[in-house]
Write a protein that binds this ligand. Sequence first.
Ligand code: AMP
Ligand code: MG
Length: 291
Amino acid sequence: MGTLFRLVVYSQAPADSAARAAFDRIAELDRTFSDYNEASELSRLCRQPAGAPLPVSADLFAILQISQDLAAKTHGAFDVTLGPLTRLWRESRRARALPTADALASARRAAGFAHLHLDPARQTATLLRPGMALDLGGIAKGYAADAALNRLTQLGFPAAMVSASGDLALGDPPPGKRGWTIELAPFGDATATRTTLVLVHAAVSTSGDAEQFVEIGGVRFSHIIDPATGLGLTQSVAVTVVARRATVADALATACSVLDPVAAQRLTDASPEPVRLIVHRRDPVALLTSP
Ligand code: AMP
Ligand code: MG
């Protein structure tokens, strides 16, 4: 998943073998969800001929179902079928040059959540158009954090935290504490006003351009694709979502980065589980005074 996972476990008993089991579960999900690894289950699905259903694992089916549900609710602002565009954008970031109009047009033709069909009765997934590619980068880390925390809890270690860069899953509090103290430092800026959260049985995800961005022609683009342009987002926001589960927090943080502030608030207000949305803008004064 292109990141480091870190586990924190409080217990009287040695937690080594439980931690090993949690890391094994993360590795299993990496083998399932990775779009970098040609041997992953996701890559196999993407190689399937257009229109041919493929039976998929419970994990892949579950993450695709959650993704498609959010794609429908956000009218495609969050969309795991943007794979052809995220790949093209990775190349642009490396080359520090915008994609050509032709490359952009052909990637856009192969994207769109309406072209991914899921059959719950048969647990199959079907890509309906040629050249499609799926990218679970906006949700997989949260899903894996939930899965690792579940494994630790099942093995008798509920006072635990799983973190994967911007995604955290939190269990029972550390001994003697009310909860896990999480400090948000938007844009990685130590001098910015910090928000402190104290949480139990919760998840926190932040999406933003603090680390992964590229500047092309004086414009700063994020690694999150705006489906309206097919290019990286240009608005400088750091979006944090607090939810019960990291899968939900991760996906919503990515979705709310794309949506305008009103639509983002409406989406999180309508969530079936309680969700808190915190948006930091890089330069609020400049935004307020711009024409
Ligand atoms: P995150 O850091 O969780 O916000 O996820 C960003 C990653 O999600 C990107 O690196 C892509 O792999 C993927 N992605 C980019 N744009 C979108 C989008 N509009 N919807 C869903 N996933 C996206
Ligand atoms: Mg995300």
